[in-house]
Design a protein around this ligand. Structure first.
Ligand SMILES: *Cc1c(COP(=O)(O)O)cnc(C)c1O
Length: 465
């Protein structure tokens, strides 16, 4: 499989190339040249397989020649072995046609583990083959940092540095990052906010000399390997609800548009997913676009579902590219105009085609708390403030008679304050994290200053010399 940039000016790459590059050199995002096709018979053959086996078969055409199938299979087994549920991604029925697809049974209790646990193995495999070493740097406001650290802790050819804004993540989130015992992990608490951390990371990547010296790499959600690794659970869930003989729909709490894009990819590959519901909080740029063909940037307001607090959804560019008939020049121009004007609308027929498949939905913080309470009352199910918006959307907007897969993206124990406020119950942490508050933390502090942060990363890289 070869991959092409949505903006058409970067060289095509194979899977390993895309994995290591992340963003394309022209600023675009990598997409497979064509979507692998699974016939009805192919899909039936996947039914009943354990999740890691199914994942390996769904991913094989994306990985192509880059990794031998037996190796891919072994990596999928290892990636999901540490999950705390035998089914890896169990489906829980909540209403006649609403099913929660629980994606939070990994080490950090959020769906980011689904992709990152596997991507950690893929990185190590490809780097060992090439005899290379990389340094991952990233900024986090919460979930991504811990999932990335868990994914690469103790891997030989990778160092990871995560910047977090000191005092501005939840204690659970910070401890999930700072208590990991691995000598390839450096946590830096920055005297600033999340935007400062993100700007520092961008500045490190823009410092070409430093970037080359450190062989910097990123693991953000624009990496196609992460999207690919999120496709199998939609295949798995659809098969369990009767596909390929029966149509299903999906509802996804959405931030950067990566998770729902993976569901759409499953549909392009032959899984009969009939409709896509984009669930958002008050940061609703996508819902506004789907309602009125107006994607205008309003800035970000903090909410009870912080992982959906985004101003721009980066992965939407991939969907745009597809709905513009894979016209890379037009995609590049549309994105350039969006960047300068802070606004985007698409041609009427394009918008109509998108809204035929996708519907937007939003809930304020007050409504989110009310939905948590209602779901608990009606079905005895505790959902976190992200997942519950997707579940509410599934109930309200699901097509009649069609089972809706509502992606449950975080464990409720990750957001105990919101849950307690809504229903008066404090969900306990699962056993593997029960002693999180007693573990020793390890991190360093640094000012919001590029030279200081670069010095920390460099010292860390040279720690054994
Ligand atoms: C990252 C995240 C999301 C948003 O996923 P995208 O792929 O960015 O749309 C939703 N919920 C939780 C809990 C997350 O961690």
């Amino acid at each position: 499989m070869r991959y092409t940039s949505t903006r058409g000016q970067a060289e095509q790459k194979d899977f390993s190339g895309v994995l290591l590059a992340g963003l394309a050199a022209d600023g675009g995002l990598y997409m497979p040249l064509s979507w692998p096709q699974f016939s009805t018979a192919d899909l039936r053959a996947l039914r009943g397989l354990p999740y890691p086996e199914l994942a390996a078969r769904v991913l094989a055409p994306f990985v192509g020649e880059c990794v031998k199938f037996a190796d891919l299979q072994a990596m999928c087994r290892r990636a999901y072995a540490g999950f705390s549920h035998k089914a890896t991604t169990p489906l829980v029925q909540l209403d006649t046609n609403v099913y929660a697809l629980e994606l939070f049974h990994g080490p950090t209790l959020a769906f980011k583990d689904m992709a990152l646990q596997l991507v950690g193995h893929l990185f190590e495999h490809v780097l060992a083959e090439r005899g290379e070493k990389i340094r991952i740097v990233g900024a986090t406001s919460g979930d991504t940092g811990s999932a990335a650290i868990e994914a690469v802790a103790n891997r030989k050819n990778i160092d990871i540095t995560i910047l977090h804004p000191e005092g501005k993540t939840s204690e659970v989130q910070r401890r999930q990052m700072t208590t990991v015992k691995a000598d390839n992990v450096l946590n830096i608490a920055v005297d600033g906010n999340f935007d400062d951390c993100q700007d520092l990371v961008k500045a490190m990547f823009a410092d070409t000399e430093f970037r080359a010296e450190m062989n910097l790499s990123a693991v953000n959600s624009i990496n196609f390997a992460r999207i690919a690794a999120q496709i199998p659970y939609y295949v798995y869930a659809a098969l369990n609800l009767g596909a390929p003989e029966r149509e299903v729909a999906v509802s996804v709490p959405t931030g950067n548009f990566g998770n729902i894009l993976a569901a759409w990819a499953a549909h392009k590959m032959g899984v009969p997913i009939k409709h896509f519901i984009v669930a958002s909080n008050r940061n609703d740029i996508l819902t506004r676009f789907l309602e009125a063909n107006d994607m205008s940037v309003h800035g970000v307001t903090p909410s009870l579902s912080p992982s959906m607090d985004i101003g721009i959804s980066s992965n939407f560019e991939r969907l745009l590219f597809e709905f513009l008939g894979r016209d890379a020049a037009l995609t590049a121009k549309t994105m350039a105009d969006f960047r300068t004007s802070g606004k985007m609308s698409v041609a009427e027929p394009v918008w109509r085609a998108i809204t035929k498949d996708f519907t937007g939905f939003r809930r304020s913080d007050e409504e989110t708390l009310a939905e948590i309470a209602r779901l608990y009352r009606e079905s005895g199910y505790l959902a976190d403030p992200h997942s519950v918006i997707g579940i509410a959307a599934a109930r309200e907007l699901g097509p009649v008679g069609v089972p809706v897969i509502a992606a449950a993206t975080a464990h409720p124990a990750k957001f105990p304050d919101a849950i307690e406020k809504a229903v008066g119950v404090r969900p306990p942490l699962p056993a593997h994290l029960a002693d999180l508050y007693q573990r020793n933390e390890k991190f360093i502090r640094a000012p919001n200053d590029l030279a200081a942060i670069e010095a920390c990363v460099r010292n860390f890289a040279n720690r054994n010399t």
